[in-house]
Design a protein around this ligand. Structure first.
Ligand SMILES: Cc1cc2nc3c(=O)[nH]c(=O)nc-3n(C[C@H](O)[C@H](O)[C@H](O)COP(=O)(O)OP(=O)(O)OC[C@H]3O[C@@H](n4cnc5c(N)ncnc54)[C@H](O)[C@@H]3O)c2cc1C
Length: 449
């Protein structure tokens, strides 16, 4: 798959990457972190602040993985199918309670961190909306709100009229509003975290793909094409996408390619009718419909492609069509950015912390909700790696490769048509019409179709 990192809206609009000093010699550290996404950077920042000697090794550049390509939603919640009740059933009461507390507060943590380090990333704590795509899903949201309330987290359940006004989407039946959520420029946020980590004393080396890990007495040696690092402990924060480095870790989750488009909206009135209070939206569909404004008047949305020939090529047009269909007051669109990234999915959609071998750890699997969760988990991981006895919200286990991984890795895309059909049946036919084409006004770049 072609690398689209430089084709993203965020690459075009983010704050500049931090200047990192050239690195000419091999070094030793207390802890080496592999991967400069949110998880690696938040861990490194907290480690450096606590006085540890920490080195971050990044194969490409800061934020080159999912952290620089996502939609930039700060969502202090798990994926749609998981709430506090389900998480406690999966993890048991002790870890379940802790993880819910961590996730519930994770939105505020992100915005506090941004303020503390003065990270310029167009951050808006304007709230996250989760609208119900069917009348039945309103009951589900009501239950979810009650479950979160037991964790001291208040969310508002909005009626249909308010939801339609706040989303600009006439098909919704109600929504949850979490005011501690919001949105930001994801690549600027990653770069800001890196700047803060360096300021706190961490060393970050980019263009440093770790190709080999080797235990050598009490310490680990990490080899790169140019140079090596010795460290007492290692944290792999590679989103498990590097199958060569730790194969058992990589096989513990499956990759899902998610495509994003950014569309310039030329009618200024759209800004008043669609998300007038600048929320970000991800709804209750299985094939989630998510959208937000950017400061420069673009709508960003995305989705995955089904496992079928030509599906990826068609997806970009169908993402724009979906915007028009579900947001009928939308004026003409110009889709001028399209890119993709990879989400690592675990079987139960919960994050994992593995002890691969003594002193070698891997943290991964924030699924599609990694921005706030990785930020929060990073501070816990730092304390854990420093020997904090209180442990983590996520139980530490040995890597457990998924059975039938070769097939399992394609299942999310194979099952997508079924998910879309079910969504459609639940939504009803009225919203399933072809969107109105605005002949002569819409302008989508041919290369992006
Ligand atoms: C399209 C898309 C939209 C999303 N939208 C949202 C959203 O709106 N809100 C939300 O909360 N979450 C969202 N997510 C999920 C979120 O982006 C991820 O959960 C999160 O960024 C993962 O962070 P990470 O640090 O674990 O991994 P990554 O950001 O993927 O970082 C891993 C890093 O490791 C590096 N690396 C890999 N192998 C090596 C090696 N051998 N040596 C050195 N470095 C290596 C990579 O280059 C990469 O920079 C989205 C994801 C995608 C793809």
């Amino acid at each position: 798959m072609a690398d689209t990192f430089q084709e993203s809206l965020w690459h075009a609009t983010a704050e500049p990457a931090p200047e990192l000093p050239c690195w000419t010699e091999d070094v030793s550290a207390d802890i080496a972190v592999v991967g400069a996404g949110y998880l690696g950077l938040a861990s490194a920042l907290n480690l450096a602040e606590s006085g540890a000697r920490v080195v971050v090794l990044e194969a490409e550049e800061v934020g080159h993985g999912a952290s620089g390509r996502n939609t930039g939603f700060v969502v202090p919640s798990f994926v749609t199918g998981l709430g506090p009740r389900e998480v406690k059933a999966l993890l048991g009461p002790a870890h379940g309670e802790r993880l819910c507390d961590l996730v519930g507060r994770s939105g505020d943590r992100v915005f506090e961190l941004i303020n503390k380090y003065d990270i310029r990333c167009d951050a808006k704590q304007s709230g996250w909306l989760q609208p119900a795509h069917s009348a039945e899903r309103v009951g589900f949201l009501e239950q979810r709100r009650a479950d979160w309330l037991q964790h001291g987290k208040t969310m508002q359940l909005l009626d249909r009229g308010t939801t339609v006004r706040l989303t600009g989407a006439p098909g919704y039946h109600g929504a949850l509003l979490d005011k501690s959520g919001g949105h930001l420029n994801p690549l600027s946020y990653a770069r800001g975290l890196a700047r803060a980590a360096v300021g706190a004393g961490a060393t970050i080396r980019t263009g440093a793909r770790v190709t080999e890990l080797h235990r050598d007495g009490q310490a680990w040696t990490l080899r790169m094409p140019a140079g090596q690092v010795r460290a007492d402990k290692v944290l792999l924060a590679t989103n498990a996408l590097d199958a060569d480095l730790a194969p058992r870790v990589a096989r513990s989750m499956v990759p899902l390619v998610v495509h994003q488009i950014a569309a310039k909206v030329s009618d200024p009135a759209s800004r008043q009718t669609i998300l007038p209070e600048n929320h970000c939206v991800s709804d209750t569909r299985r094939d989630i419909f998510a959208y937000r404004w950017t400061p420069d008047g673009r709508l960003v949305t995305g989705g995955a492609a089904a496992w079928a020939p030509g599906a990826t090529g068609r997806l970009r047009r169908s993402l724009a069509d979906r915007l028009r269909r579900l947001l009928p007051s939308l004026g003409p669109l110009t889709v001028d950015f399209a890119w993709s990234g990879i989400i690592g999915l675990t079987r139960d959609r919960l994050p994992r912390v593995f002890e691969v071998e003594s002193g070698l750890f891997a943290a991964l699997g924030c699924n599609g909700r990694g921005l706030a969760l990785s930020t929060a988990l990073g501070s816990e991981l730092a304390a854990f790696l420093r020997g904090d006895e209180r442990g983590l919200s996520v139980p530490v286990s040995r890597p457990a490769p998924m059975r039938g991984h070769l097939v399992a890795r394609h299942l999310p895309s194979i099952l997508l048509p079924w998910a879309r059909l079910t969504d459609r049946l639940e939504t009803g036919p009225a919203l399933d019409r072809k969107p109105p084409r605005r002949a002569g006004t819409d302008n989508e770049k041919g290369s992006l179709q």
